[in-house]
Design a protein around this ligand. Structure first.
Ligand SMILES: *Cc1c(COP(=O)(O)O)cnc(C)c1O
Length: 372
């Protein structure tokens, strides 16, 4: 059995240090908004290359509070992609705005900048590009459109911490960056967690208040906020893990390139495309294959933990029925939904396991061809 992700292997390498830090927090009596929260925010703002980082309860909250901080809500439209995790669009819905889905580039899986301008209306307030699977979106083109139309850019970098676009960390390019520390992400907590990054002092102050019941001063409440603080145990764990993120991302990349080589001989498998001058961090290693659903089943039967991210595009989810975007409205998104499959990918995955994954996948493709 080769799982898509094995968190226990990572824990085996850093568990002792994490346990020491966690016990110290437990004994300290300071469980919320303490020294680890503050230190983590400083370390992460430095790492990402922004002036401010605010630790939050989840990536979903980072997206949601980003929109709140920019005063986006009822009657507004926000452009994003339907080929992502639901939280991207959910955040738009939470604030009462309307998601406007634009099709993806079929090769990069990210929003196609060439299709953004046609979707802009007088109600459009922001664009949320997603750096899906750890691959940076085409930020130059997106920022150019946003500046010309006076729109905010919120980067959904939940899958891409440490990825670079033309030498800049993702999450430092738009007005706001959003990150998730969900346990399976490249930098994962042992519970929920998230982060919002920005160079704007105003946005930072607004989010600091929003995450703590809408007031910067205790028992003074200026607006309706939420409870979205990151707890000290998670902050302490993340600080230990942050020291390893570059090395872990590097290993993910090495694994991705090893897969590329292993699949080079099989023309039925389309391996991931990288944009020029980007440093992709392979949150997922996702390929396109024929007979995807059959092969997914065969892989599972043979002990390969392959997954479909994501099996239903967001414009075709029940929650978005009201948008009236039926089948055929986003051709690249819909086509990719039918052919993508994500293979085991994590830093500790061995070369031997990768060979087994590759041999099994190629074998399954051959067998499924023989059937038709
Ligand atoms: C994980 C993820 C989120 C949400 O993060 P949570 O911390 O789980 O709330 C948002 N967008 C994308 C693209 C994600 O992968």
């Amino acid at each position: 059995m080769i799982p898509i992700l094995d968190s226990k292997r990572q824990y085996a390498t850093i568990g002792a240090e994490i346990e020491k830090e966690v016990i110290e927090v437990l004994r300290s009596g300071q469980y919320i908004l303490g020294k680890h929260n503050k230190a983590l925010e400083e370390e992460l703002s430095k790492f990402i290359g922004v002036d401010h980082a605010v630790a939050l309860n989840s990536g979903t909250d980072a997206l949601h509070l980003a929109l709140r901080a920019l005063d986006i809500g009822k009657g507004d439209e926000v452009i994003s992609t339907a080929f992502t995790f639901v939280a991207t669009a959910e955040a738009i819905g939470i604030v009462g705005a309307k998601p406007v889905f634009v099709d993806i580039n079929k090769d990069t899986f990210n929003i196609d900048p060439a299709k953004i301008e046609a979707a802009i209306t007088p109600k459009t307030k922001a664009i949320i590009p997603v750096h899906l699977y750890g691959q940076p979106a085409d930020m130059d083109a997106i920022m150019d459109i946003a500046r010309r139309h006076n729109l905010y850019v919120i980067e959904d970098a939940c899958q891409a911490i440490g990825a670079l676009y033309k030498g800049k960390m993702v999450g430092s390019i738009g007005d706001i960056g959003c990150f998730s520390f969900y346990p399976t992400k490249n930098l994962g907590a042992m519970g929920d967690g998230g982060l919002l990054t920005t160079n704007s002092e105003n946005i930072k102050n607004r989010v600091l208040a929003l995450r703590n019941h809408g007031g910067a001063i205790r028992y003074h409440h200026d607006e309706i906020g939420v409870n979205s603080r990151l707890d000290e145990v998670q902050a302490a764990i993340l600080r230990v893990k942050l020291k390893h993120i570059n090395e872990w991302n590097k290993k993910r990349r090495e694994n991705a390139y090893r897969y590329n080589e292993l699949f080079a001989k099989c023309s039925d498998i389309i391996t991931p495309t990288e944009l020029d001058d980007t440093y992709c961090v392979y949150h997922q290693y996702t390929v396109k294959i024929p007979n995807r659903d059959n092969i997914h089943k065969m892989l599972q039967e043979r002990g390969i933990g392959a997954m479909l991210y994501y099996p239903i595009p967001l414009h075709m989810q029940k929650v978005h029925e009201y948008l009236g975007m039926g089948k055929g409205s986003l051709p690249n998104t819909e086509k990719n939904t039918e052919v993508v499959i994500s293979l085991p990918m994590f830093p500790e995955l061995t070369a031997e396991e990768q060979r087994t994954v590759a041999d099994t996948l190629i074998q399954c493709i051959e067998e499924s061809k023989a059937l038709v």
